[in-house]
Design a protein around this ligand. Structure first.
Ligand code: BES
Ligand code: MN
Ligand code: ZN
Length: 495
């Protein structure tokens, strides 16, 4: 999809469809008023008939009345002024769905006179761009030809008021496009089934993103080198699989040579059967999404490259498949991590922390400015926060404040959970330095406590995306692309 911004009057701009906004009680925005004037009151007639109230989420597509240059008009209801960020997003989402179900090829939108609480027009463009990129996403590569759904919309133009605003909106639209593209990469990787997307595929995808990019280099650590590095925890997860584990390092040098890098580490369990602690059969297919943390790292790195961000960023993917077999790790097995700590693996289904801990030790050598790990780590996080909000824990308030700030502007929500010694004690083991599970209670917290033993040397935050990375049922079943907006915005704010 192509995004651009153009300084033009809405009534004179040629496009397949022009979108304008109305508010509660049928109040016209500045651009709606211009259209109304140019069309002998076509908009106020619709309002007077009672067909359009301007309520939040309302969307109406009409053949354009005489007097304006677009072929169609899209009326978008935004509700009460000032519009809340949430309501803006959901209204734009339903408006875009309405256009996408039509034959419209190019859409132009004018936000003249729209007032969103705490946000400016650049934010509106960024949000709308991201929504447009993701609403037009399809994943039908495994459908036979006849079933493929065609999307007609390929171009989105934001109408600006003057050249100066055009420059600002172009910039916002380009960033939105990079984030949207990154999200769609993340979604496709998440949606791919386990047989198509083993650890080696993630390594291939990293190389694909780096192809032709001078600032991005890829290094893949194979199992032999993992052994030499002492990564006993990571290797214990892939032990039962025919697919070798891969530790993928994506080093992006956009900043000054000696600037400390920001590191993002993604859990890439390409399929999680639970291992010998086998999961129940129902819904096990969803564990193809257990690499969504890794996929979000790939999507974010793609966005960083596309935006040519002036920052040093390192993306790390710790990829393995968790399978039962004669070579698989048994409950009770004790392994030694790269950090030297020994772990009693009481449940082979708590494998995410095992693949992450060695990666988190490995990244120490980069002397990071911050480290964020992203993982579909615990079912308990779904119980606590549902599908709307990612869990956040960490050892550094500044990193978490920065994440909260980025979450607020992208609407890619996080919520912090507590950590502390009292939870850490749940991981005590009679036989090793620690166990890999901490009992039924506070599962998300004890998982983060486990990770925190490996992150003491740098500012660190952990995102548990078990609830937010994919939608598990219904027509929208599939990967969401979260938290690519959050991570990318976090990095943009560090420049
Ligand atoms: N990948 C799962 C977590 C998960 C489960 C995410 C369901 C999304 C939906 C993870 O590897 C896992 O199995 N965690 C266990 C940990 C437990 C054994 C301590 C869990 O959450 O049950
Ligand atoms: Mn598991
Ligand atoms: Zn898992």
């Amino acid at each position: 999809m192509e995004f651009l911004a153009k300084s033009a009057q809405p009534e004179k701009h040629k496009s397949g469809c022009l979108a304008i906004t109305l508010f509660d009680g049928g109040a016209l925005s500045v651009s709606a008023k211009k259209i109304d004037d140019a069309s002998e009151g076509a908009i106020s007639k619709i309002v007077k008939l009672g067909d359009f109230s301007g309520a939040s989420g309302q969307a109406m597509l009409l053949p354009a009345p005489a007097g304006i240059q677009a072929q169609r008009l899209l009326l978008i209801g935004l509700g009460k002024l000032p519009v809340s960020a949430k309501s803006f997003r959901s209204s734009m989402s339903s408006a875009l769905s309405r256009v996408i179900s039509s034959k419209t090829k190019d859409l132009s939108i004018c936000f003249d006179g729209v007032d969103v609480d705490k946000h400016d027009i650049e934010w509106m463009v960024a949000q709308t761009g991201e929504l447009a990129a993701t609403t037009t996403y399809t994943f039908n590569q495994f459908k036979s030809k006849e079933q493929k759904k065609a999307i007609n919309l390929t171009k989105l133009t934001f109408l600006a008021d003057g050249k100066k605003q055009q420059t600002a909106l172009t910039n916002a639209a380009n960033n939105a496009q990079a984030i949207g593209n990154g999200m769609n990469t993340t979604r496709t990787l998440g949606n791919l089934p386990g047989n198509e997307c083993p650890p080696a595929y993630l390594a291939k995808e990293a190389k694909k993103i780096a192809k032709g990019q001078k600032k991005l280099t890829i290094k893949v650590i194979e199992e032999k080198e993992m052994k030499e590095l002492g990564m006993g925890a990571l290797l214990s997860v892939s032990a039962g699989s025919d697919q070798p584990a891969k530790l993928i390092i994506m080093e992006y040098k956009g900043g000054k040579k000696n600037d400390a890098p920001h590191v993002i580490v993604g859990k890439g369990v390409t399929f999680d059967t639970g291992g010998i602690s086998l999961k129940p059969g129902g819904d096990m297919d969803q564990m193809k999404f257990d690499m969504c943390g890794a996929a979000s790292v790939l999507g974010t790195m793609q966005a960083v490259v596309e935006m040519d961000l002036a920052l040093n960023v390192i993306g790390v993917i710790t990829a393995a498949e968790n399978m039962p077999s004669g070579g698989a790790t048994r409950p009770g097995d004790i392994v030694t991590t790269m950090a030297g700590l020994t772990v009693e693996i009481l449940n082979t289904d708590a494998e995410g922390r095992l693949v992450l801990c060695d990666a988190l030790t490995y990244v120490k050598k980069f002397k990071p400015a911050s480290v964020i790990d992203i993982a579909t780590l615990t079912g308990a996080c779904l119980v606590a926060l549902g599908n709307h909000t990612s869990g956040m824990l960490g050892n550094n308030d500044e990193v978490m404040d920065n994440l909260r700030f980025a979450a607020d502007s992208t609407q890619d929500a996080v919520w912090q959970l507590p950590m502390g010694e009292e939870y850490m004690r749940q991981l005590d083991s009679p036989f090793a330095d620690m166990a890999n599970i901490g009992g039924r209670n506070a599962g998300t917290i004890t998982a983060a406590c486990f990770l925190s033993r490996f992150t003491e040397d740098y500012p660190w935050a952990h995102l548990d995306i078990a609830g937010t990375a994919w939608i598990s049922a219904g027509p929208k079943k599939g990967a969401t692309g979260r938290p690519v907006p959050l991570l990318t915005q976090y990095l943009m704010n560090q420049v």
